[in-house]
Design a protein around this ligand. Structure first.
Ligand code: HPA
Ligand SMILES: [Zn+2]
Length: 350
């Protein structure tokens, strides 16, 4: 790394994370522990589940988003009680605090739990307990983003969005936004127009995964048809110069996940993430961990370091990245001012 941008400097920066799936914080160790405690049987026909070591090895060999997702969905079947969800989120906050995280807007996938008869209240009770503790012990503020699984039938997604308990969580402000995740190709944004229109009329914030494996057109459709305010991933936007210019102009934040993109073989290396192109074009982005427990235990700081190793950004460029991450957050203006002041102090001191 270049002399004045060290891992310590990157750790000290007040970081915001906008693209992290709480279920993606489930480490193999916790997975096996909860499977035992909750009496959940793991697939006996897949040698990857023989031990923690074999599972970790398998996680190093993902060859696509769908290959990863099959393990992601099996993994989360061990989550049953509110305290399981709390432990999962707490594990994430502990890692993130050590990495210098100050604010997190995290995803969760209710449909993957409701289908196993785990109630929405159970999920929220666990996550909220961890969030409250993270605020109290680490000063980390956080928000929840409820994601819909695009590989499931659209009417099922719509029915989940409309569930009484889900609507109540929006009203209470426990959940401030919706997102769209899971398999991307062949599940275009247009399928979810109705949910996003309803979310907008409820005053919810809106984001969607687009342009991870899917084409730049999905980014355009997410903007036009779903009226999203952020794009999760969006790396394939780099293939469409006109759209790139539009995204820069309107200030849409991309939530980029460099290590995820490499480990899911969307890109051959971190140097292929269009970081330089985005910076030069004035496209705003934040840097995120996606599913850290599945991607080599690489949390947010590892992603910052990987970007630095590949692109040797200047301190001024890191300031831009952090400012855009803070400004692109869905927290109060007061909280943003606090984080901007923290950033200013770090830059003055180092
Ligand atoms: O990176 C991702 N893409 C789509 N769906 C996901 N669910 C967890 N992580 C991801
Ligand atoms: Zn993701």
């Amino acid at each position: 790394m270049c002399q004045d941008v060290t891992r310590d400097f990157l750790r000290a920066l007040p970081k915001c994370e906008h693209h992290m799936h709480l279920e993606g914080a489930l480490t193999p160790a916790v997975l096996f522990k909860l499977a035992k405690e909750n009496n959940i049987s793991l697939p006996s026909d897949d040698p990857a589940f023989a031990s923690e070591a074999t599972l970790k090895q398998r996680y190093e060999q993902f060859n696509s988003l769908d290959d990863f997702l099959q393990y992601y969905y099996i993994g989360m079947t061990v989550l049953i009680t509110a305290s399981d969800f709390e432990a999962l989120a707490w594990d994430y906050f502990e890692h993130a605090a050590a990495d210098g995280l100050v604010h997190a807007e995290v995803f969760f996938d209710p449909q993957a739990h409701l289908s196993r008869n785990v109630s929405y209240e159970t999920i929220l009770q666990g996550f909220n307990a961890a969030r409250t503790r993270a605020q109290r012990e680490f000063g980390i503020s956080s928000e929840l983003i409820c994601c819909f699984l695009r590989h499931l039938p659209v009417p099922e997604c719509e029915a989940t969005f409309k569930l009484e308990e889900v609507q109540a969580s929006y009203k209470r402000g426990d959940v401030i936004a919706i997102g769209l995740d899971s398999s991307e190709n062949n599940f275009p944004p247009e399928l979810f127009k109705s949910i996003y229109a309803d979310a907008k009329s409820l005053g919810l914030r809106r984001t969607a995964h687009a342009g991870e494996e899917g084409p730049a057109k999905y980014v355009e459709d997410a903007l036009d048809l779903l009226e999203v305010e952020r794009i999760d991933h969006g790396i394939r936007l780099a293939e469409d110069p006109k759209l790139l210019e539009r995204v820069a102009k309107q200030g849409t934040l991309l939530t980029i996940c460099p290590i995820s993109n490499v480990l899911l073989q969307c890109l051959s290396g971190v140097a292929e993430v269009p970081i330089r192109k985005f910076l030069d074009a004035g496209v705003r982005f934040s840097i995120n961990s996606d599913d850290p427990a599945y991607f080599g235990n690489n949390y947010i700081l590892d992603n910052y370091v990987a970007v630095q190793e590949a692109f040797s950004l200047s301190r001024h460029e890191w300031r831009t990245v952090c400012e855009n991450s803070i400004r692109g957050s869905w927290c109060s203006e007061t909280r943003k001012e606090e984080m901007l002041a923290q950033l200013k102090t770090v830059l003055e001191q180092r």
